[in-house]
Design a protein around this ligand. Structure first.
Ligand SMILES: O=C(CO)[C@@H](O)[C@H](O)COP(=O)(O)O
Ligand SMILES: [Fe+2]
Length: 247
């Protein structure tokens, strides 16, 4: 399993070696009264087999919903010292929470490009605290808004939202796939995450467009076999990566 300090995925992207499929179940769809069991069920080898855990942080301002904050990340880190905690900050002032999430043990800090006027300063602050950096785009935000950051190799991952952020269980927006394809064409070695409505019926479109990091909440946590769905998602991404590498 992945140590949260393990930078292998980031280094892979820097070294331009082939991308890895990464599945990140969103805890928003789990039973929060059993957070540890739910988290370990998707990470452990026999209950599940995911690489990352996706933690959705909502402030009731950037999005019309409130979820969880750094205290929960801190508890997860203590209970799951090796887990890669992929934190998706749907908050209006992402600069405000960098220190708290770093102290809590977040592995990656993904902020929304729409929520900041100084992304480079924010990225510096995130890196200074030892976290990987992700930048997220709402459905209405063009890929070009992160070209400058990607061209300068400042981010480890771009998150393309495939629903309006704020709630789990929404329908996948297939019209976001040209955005994923545009990013993949320009940045062959970048981790590109998709988030919202991903599951067995939508994974092919996302994988073929070029996404390699897949957030899946409802489809994993509500499945009869979480491991089976996780493996199905990963296989589909792996096939798409292999196909692209032979083109
Ligand atoms: O960031 C978000 C929603 O804002 C996501 O991470 C969702 O929580 C994904 O849930 P499903 O659509 O897979 O149920
Ligand atoms: Fe998310």
């Amino acid at each position: 399993m992945f140590n949260h300090l393990d930078k292998s995925t980031y280094l892979d992207a820097k070294k331009k070696v082939p991308l890895k499929p990464i599945i990140a179940p969103s805890l928003l769809a789990c039973d929060f009264s059993r957070l540890f069991e739910e988290s370990s069920s998707v990470l452990s080898a026999d209950g599940g087999a995911s690489e990352w855990l996706h933690v959705d942080v909502m402030d009731g301002h950037f999005v019309p919903n409130i979820s969880i904050g750094s205290v929960v990340v801190s508890s997860l880190r203590k209970a799951l010292p090796q887990a890669f905690l992929d934190c998706h900050l749907m908050v209006s002032h992402p600069e405000q929470w960098v220190d708290d999430f770093a102290s809590a043990g977040a592995s990656q800090y993904t902020f929304h490009i729409e929520a900041t006027t100084s992304p480079k300063g924010l990225i510096d602050a995130i890196r200074a605290k030892g976290m990987q950096v992700g930048v997220a785009l709402k459905p209405g935000t063009p890929a070009s808004s992160v070209f400058e950051l990607c061209d300068a190799d400042l981010v480890d991952m771009v998150l393309v939202m495939t629903v309006e952020p704020g709630f789990g269980g929404q329908s996948f927006m297939s019209n976001m796939m040209p955005k994923v394809l545009e990013l993949r064409t320009k940045y062959p070695a970048l981790n590109i995450q998709v988030d919202g409505g991903l599951g067995p019926s939508t994974i092919a479109a996302a994988a073929e467009a070029g996404a390699n990091v897949i957030v899946a909440g409802t489809s994993v946590f509500r499945a009869p076999s979480r491991k089976q769905v996780t493996d199905e998602l990963r296989d589909c991404v792996a096939k798409a990566i292999a196909t692209r590498s032979h083109l």
